[in-house]
Design a protein. Sequence first.
Length: 212
Amino acid sequence: MSTPVTAHAHPTPAAEAREDSGDESRILTVPNAISVVRLLCIPLFLYLLFGKDDEARAAYLMGALGATDWVDGYIARHFRQVSNLGKILDPTADRLLLASGLIALLFVDGVPKWVVVAVLVREALISAAALALAAAGAVRIDVTWAGKAGTFCNLFAFPLFLGGASGITWNGTARALAWGFVVPGLALSWYAAALYVPAARRALQEGRADKT
C-alpha cells in the first residue's frame, strides 16, 4: 500500500528539476532564435557556394553555423530556456544544415562519396522512423548525447572538407582536421542510431499506454 503524499512533503529531485527547467511551452527564446537564424543562413551558404563560387567563405559560414549548434544548447541548459519547440527546431536545423552541406559537397568533390552516403542514409533512416513513430502515436524521443556529439563533429568535418577543396592556404591542414572530425562523427551517429531502436520501442509502448 503506497503512502499518500501530504502537502508538506518535500519535492523529489525530479520534481525540482522540472520546476527549475522553466516553461517549456515558450516559443520566444534565445536558443530558438539562433536555430531560426541557422535555418535562414542555409540559402546563403548555397548562394556563396554555387552563386559566387566562393568555397572558402561557404566553408567559413558552415563552420560558424556548426559552432552555433553548441551555443544554443548551452544557453538553453544554463539559462533555463529549454522549450518543446526548441527540442524539434534544433535537430531540424542540424539535419537540414547537414543535408544541404553534404549535397552541395557532392558537386564540388569536397568529401569522399562514401562519407556522404553514410551520413545521408543514417539521417534518412532516423527521419523516416521518427515520422512512422509519430503516426503510430509514440511519444517524442529526445536527442541522445551520442547523436548530438556525432552531429557536432560532422558539422565541423564538412566545412573542413570544403575548405580543403578550396584555395585557402591551409587546405592541407583542413583536410587532415576533417578526417579527425568525421571518423568519430560517423561512429557516434551510427551508435546513436542503434540506441534509437530500443528507445523507439519504449516510446511506442508509452504512447499506446497513454491512450488506454
